[in-house]
Design a protein. Structure first.
Lengths: 315, 239
């Protein structure tokens, strides 16, 4: 029974879906925080993701030129710091001047930033794909042997273990930040009601900066995890992730960070599981149309439950 | 300015954008007083509170908190200087717990506030059992109490209340007015905008009647309540 159904379902659909869901979840956190606190859809968020993966690759490359072999996750640490600064600089010089303007102006500004950042990356690193990690990702032998003892065979490569564990750690820290620290509670308060936050004495501008720090870090993690998963980087990778990340944020409820996590996991799993041959031998939906699943979920949520699963904001 | 004056507004002209709502309004709140602002809808009552908070354009006039001019000061700094404010609606963070709401009220304070929290839970016993409950799950009256408790954390010099009984049942309305009096007896002056004019004037030391953004009548709560003109125009069908 395991071999006929679960082997294929778990190893080739469920685990990849979970991994993709983790990447969407991390990306969607930044989108939902920005949307919740600054009230606009930041189209440049995917480019922060993409830039962080290029920076990680560059740090690993520079280290190797000094004879130092760095795991991409170690290279991601300085890259994420750079991404946070990039997010803060973009906000200070391109978004802040539009803070009190009609929302459409800041949305267009973010669209412009998306194109500017992507063009800069293309100028610096070229427009072609770059191999991020070489070689074939083999399944982790220990997990394979261990699960074989229970009449199963879980085939999960180390890169997926890194992504799942990395996401869990980031989520735990994120949960602690939002539920137990003053700045995290302030972020939730500003997201809930910015006007009330201001007349309660909360320094909203500091909260905005904290939002970019958290959003920038999560975007950096998502970008590096995506590059680890696909093993290559290219300048359009962030843009391709934008739609499912927005879908995840809307599904979870705008301004609800934990909703974004749930939304990301659901969208990732839905995309992968939609290609499973539920009805006969062929996939229900051709894998080429996977992104249509995210789009469909987003449209259905906007029509039937615009506040999302976790009752977020409706604009 | 009177030595006991805590908040004073002198000839204030203010509004939204180019639209002028308040025309040379003058209001003062003295030590230990409850002062009510009443008047018809659109008279500019809530606009006065927003002007004090610094959330709208002030064209001319002055606002003093004790001897400090607070015109043009950021809302978060006005609060830091000692102005507690309870908005009419959306006055609690619905996705935060009751206790987290109080913590947000104390944002500018670094000290340990456990004693202060206890004091507030004693003042508002309804909230004590609901510390961990989301504010969005509270009833209208409980939300209003939480909003007041949140505004009291900072040891405000004056408390501004924007229609504290709007939309509440008669039972909660009485409870809120009772709570306002208890807060005031602890020594905190209160400036209150209220639609339930009759009840508001009953508990107020002084009151102002506003019409079309201008001062129309001023007097003690008792004087205004017994003024036939005020009673006919503003107290008849309300309260």
């Amino acid at each position: 029974m395991w071999e006929s159904f679960w082997f294929e379902f778990i190893n080739f659909y469920f685990i990849p879906g979970l991994v993709l869901g983790c990447i969407y979840a991390l990306g969607a956190i930044g989108i939902t925080l920005t949307f919740g606190i600054l009230r606009f859809a930041n189209f440049a968020h995917g480019e922060i993701m993409m830039t962080s993966s290029y920076l990680t690759w560059e740090f690993v490359l520079v280290a190797s030129s000094f004879g130092l072999i760095l795991h991409p996750i170690i290279g991601a640490i300085p890259a994420s710091i750079c991404s946070i600064f990039l997010a803060l600089i973009v906000d200070r010089f391109f978004y802040k001047p539009f803070r009190n303007s009609p929302t459409i102006m800041i949305v267009i500004a973010s669209f412009g930033m998306m194109l500017i950042i992507r063009s800069l990356v293309q100028v610096i690193w070229g427009p072609n794909q770059i191999t991020f990690v070489k070689g074939i990702a083999k399944p982790n032998q220990f997990i394979k042997d261990f699960t074989s003892n229970f009449d199963m065979m879980i085939l999960i490569p180390n890169k997926h273990i890194s992504i799942l564990l990395g996401t869990i750690i980031i989520m735990l820290v994120f949960n602690y930040l939002l539920s137990s620290t003053k700045i995290g509670k302030g972020m939730r308060a500003v997201s809930d009601n910015p006007n009330l936050a201001e007349v309660s004495g909360i320094n909203v501008e500091n909260i905005v900066k904290a939002t970019w720090v958290v959003g920038g870090f999560c975007a950096a993690a998502a970008g590096v995890f995506l590059a680890l998963d696909t093993q290559f980087i290219e300048s359009t990778m962030g843009f391709r992730m934008l739609l499912p990340m927005f879908a995840a944020a809307i599904l979870g409820g705008i301004g609800r960070p934990f909703g974004a996590v749930a939304g990301g996991l659901i969208i990732g799993l839905a995309e992968e599981l939609s290609a499973y041959p539920w009805l006969g031998n062929g996939p229900v939906i051709s894998p080429g149309y996977k992104s249509g699943v995210a789009f469909s979920i987003m449209v259905l949520m906007l029509i039937f439950r615009p506040s999302g699963l976790f009752r977020g904001k409706v604009f | 300015m009177n030595f006991d004056t805590i908040l004073s507004i002198n000839k204030l002209v203010a509004g939204y954008g180019e639209t002028e709502i308040l025309h040379k309004i003058s209001i003062s709140v003295n030590k230990n007083e409850i002062v009510s602002i009443i008047g018809p809808n659109g008279a500019g009552k809530s606009t006065i509170l927003k002007a004090i908070l610094g959330t709208l354009n002030i064209k001319s006039g002055e606002i003093f908190l004790k001897k400090t001019k607070i015109n043009g000061v950021k809302p978060s700094d006005v609060v830091k200087k000692g102005v507690g404010y309870v908005p009419q609606t959306d006055n609690v963070f619905v996705s935060l717990s009751v206790h987290e709401n109080l913590e947000m009220g104390a944002w500018t304070i670094e000290n340990n506030l456990n004693d202060k929290f206890e004091e507030l839970y004693n003042l508002f016993p309804d909230l004590k059992d609901k510390k961990k409950q989301l504010a969005g799950q509270l009833s209208g009256g409980q939300r209003q109490m939480l909003a007041m408790a949140k505004a009291l954390i900072l040891d405000a010099k004056v408390l501004l209340l924007d229609e504290p009984t709007a939309g509440l049942s008669p039972k909660y309305r009485l409870e809120i007015f009772d709570t306002i009096q208890r807060i005031n007896k602890s020594g905190l002056p209160i400036l209150m905008v209220e639609q339930n004019a009759k009840q508001a004037l009953q508990i107020s030391h002084r009151g102002y009647v506003l019409v079309d953004g201008s001062n129309r009548y001023t007097g003690t709560g008792a004087e205004l309540s017994s003024d036939p003109e005020v009673a006919r125009m503003f107290l008849g069908s309300r309260g």
